[in-house]
Design a protein around this ligand. Sequence first.
Ligand code: GDP
Ligand code: IMO
Ligand code: MG
Length: 422
Amino acid sequence: MNKVDVVLGSFYGDEGKGKIIDYLSQKADISVRCTGGNNAGHTIEIDGKKFAFHLIPSGILNKGTIAVIGNGVVIDPKVLIQEIGNVKENGYSVEGLRISDKAHVIFPYHIQMDKLQEESRKDEKIGTTARGIGPTYCDKYERCGIRMGDLVNKRFENQLRINIESKNKIFQMYNYELINADEVINQYNEYAEYLKKYVVDTINLIHDAIEQDKKILCEGAQATLLDIDFGSYPFVTSSNPTIGGICTGTGIGAKYIGEVYGVLKAYSSRVGEGPYITEQDNEIGNTIRELGYEYGTTTKRPRRCGWLDLVALKYAAMINGLTGLAINHVDTIGKLDKIKLCVGYKINDKVTMDFSTDEKYLANCEPVYEEFEGNFGDISHCKTREELPDKAKVYLNRIEELVKVPIKFIGTGAGRESMIVC
Ligand code: GDP
Ligand code: IMO
Ligand code: MG
């Protein structure tokens, strides 16, 4: 490991970041969540037991790893307390948990506002996770947000009353339930009591660790095409899940970053609305969904499924400066007879590798596919890339050849041990 290594989503999320983080954090002293909130759902499977993390860094399950929720994250204290409880109930320690005093807090009015905004979008819905993520980041940038440090030091009452008063005016207009400030204050004071021992200045903590040559692993949430700047706006989340968000969400300078791993699946999926050029809204997509069990970790929504898009992957490699690829679900794609791989977009009779998130551009593009043999057979026993069947090698080699980023991890199943490290 370098001083700091990073794991990011390459497409629309749910690529299997949790699994890669779980593996890498075995060598890390600190594992950090940098952006997003409990819109994320990161799955780890250990000995057949599934863990879904929404806020706590997936590295928490590794003994001795300090798990930091960075300043760029937005935190729903209720969800966090439940998650702490789950970890403990399963016999793991949360002693290593640290929460940034600068992370912003999600309040019930954020969640209600998220729902109201989705409803008022009518046919233009984003398909948010309804966890209050967007409205909380709005408050942050409007400079009326409340941070974890304010919460646990009980310095939030005045600001909260101001916020609730103004939000209630909107709720009243739309006939939504009004928020009772006293109730929220009482409830959040209880959360503050529970969480205060975990809240620290994580920036100093991280930099002290860097100075002591400790290893830090940054856990990206969401993904490149959901980025507020680089994704398919407005069908995006409200943060920067790309490489820049890792720096601003933790206080880590770019010079410390070594490997930047882009996680993807051997096919693709998207949950929520927005353009998706290789989507297979047909039998193939349904088959992939069932084979890969593509249902949301957070919202249980069926995920839209399709072929892997190398034009989009090249874009993710460019935006994030990817140094390595982690390809999951090679076992899943290998169950199909034939596999398609998008190797270009055809526009005005020309084939290009130029990606754009512009809906009009994408509407005029037609994916150009190459076809590969599937039926890889059982690959669960493969521990090296060499051991993979030739048909799998051909598929993976083509991805590497076109994207020009080396494959570092190959997922052969959901379990912790089901991974080839190249
Ligand atoms: P994340 O949000 O990027 O961490 O991904 P999710 O946890 O939301 O979704 C990934 C899903 O794929 C989870 O159910 C994982 O257990 C599963 N998974 C990850 N890697 C593999 C793999 O290589 N093969 C199979 N079959 N399942 C995998
Ligand atoms: P992980 O970390 C997949 C999507 C939502 C919606 C859009 C905006 O598990 O990969 P939001 O609630 O963030 O305002 O919703 O972003 N979305 C995700 N999709 N995986 C995620 O996280 C996601 N986080 C947000 O479905 O389309
Ligand atoms: Mg997920």
